[in-house]
Design a protein around this ligand. Structure first.
Ligand code: SAH
Length: 263
């Protein structure tokens, strides 16, 4: 397997990029790579590049960028607003939602949010790792938590919010997305908002329902856990409004030939 790494530095053919500690550990101790070995680099801005290890020892590694492999692309402008969850559930959510192509995570402190401490650094590392594994060319942004009130009062009205509403009137999610489809060119910034383990407070649902940019949706007759609910909504979004029509890059595309479809 060819290691695929996110780096922060600018990427351009011919550049030499110093690996950070995480990349050094991964290449040396986890993947047991040596100078001359191939790898793939991306930084979320310049596209994906082929590279090779120019030098590697205990303390540092230098990576030589050789050539552009895939031009930069973007993911749909979809923000996942969610109440922080317990450690395992939030780690799971960040990893899986990154795989499903969210552009950004916005933690929101709601009335019934239980997990109050949130380790942004860990969440960002999880997002990077998931993006590396999933052939994404971008890493989703993980924003600092904000209160429910701040979220609502600072909301940009052109961003449409899909509210996962466990109670009260709601359209089935697929119907809601299909109904919104004719207007996507006008509302092409999206968010999905999912409540905490304890659910939204009824006053929160009532307030959100009054806002013109909110569409409350239902995810079926079962009460889903917050992580399951968020991932379900994301998957349905991508299938109907998002990038579900695109295909992954060929996984075995050999480095150096660019041969599409080769073994
Ligand atoms: N404890 C709450 C459920 C919380 S589920 C209760 O018993 O009512 C956590 C979050 O997942 C909810 O706030 C909602 O945003 C979402 N969710 C779960 N099941 C859902 C469903 N069937 N339809 C829509 N949203 C749902």
């Amino acid at each position: 397997m060819i290691p695929r790494l996110y780096v922060e530095q600018p990427l351009v053919a011919g550049a030499i990029v110093a690996a950070d500690d995480r990349a050094l550990h991964y290449l040396r101790n986890v993947m047991r790579r040596a100078p001359g070995d191939a790898l793939v680099l991306f930084n979320g801005r310049d596209g994906e590049f082929e590279a090779e290890i120019a030098s590697l020892d205990k303390r540092k590694a230098e990576l030589k960028v050789t050539r552009l492999r895939r031009a930069q692309d973007t993911v749909p402008d979809l923000v996942l607003c969610f109440a922080p969850l317990k450690k395992d559930a939030i780690d799971f959510l960040i990893e899986k939602a990154t795989e499903l192509g969210v552009a950004a995570f916005q933690p929101v402190i709601t009335r019934r949010t239980v997990a109050s401490r949130i380790n942004l650094e860990r969440l960002r590392a999880n997002a990077i790792e998931a993006a590396e594994q999933t052939e994404r060319l971008t890493v989703p942004e993980v924003r600092a938590p904000i209160s429910f009130d701040a979220l609502v009062s600072s909301w940009e009205p052109s961003r449409h919010m899909i509210l996962c509403a466990e109670s009260g009137p709601a359209l089935p999610i697929a119907d809601a997305f299909r109904a919104l489809t004719p207007n996507v060119s006008h509302t092409n910034a999206w968010a999905i908002f999912c409540g905490p383990e304890g659910g939204f407070h009824v006053s929160e649902l009532d307030r959100l329902r009054t806002l013109p940019f909110v569409t409350p949706v239902g995810l079926g007759p079962r009460i889903l856990r917050a992580d399951t609910a968020a991932l379900t909504a994301l998957a349905v979004f991508q299938a109907i409004l998002g990038d579900g029509t695109l295909r992954p890059p060929h996984p075995m595309m050999p480095i150096g030939t660019g041969a599409e479809g080769a073994e």
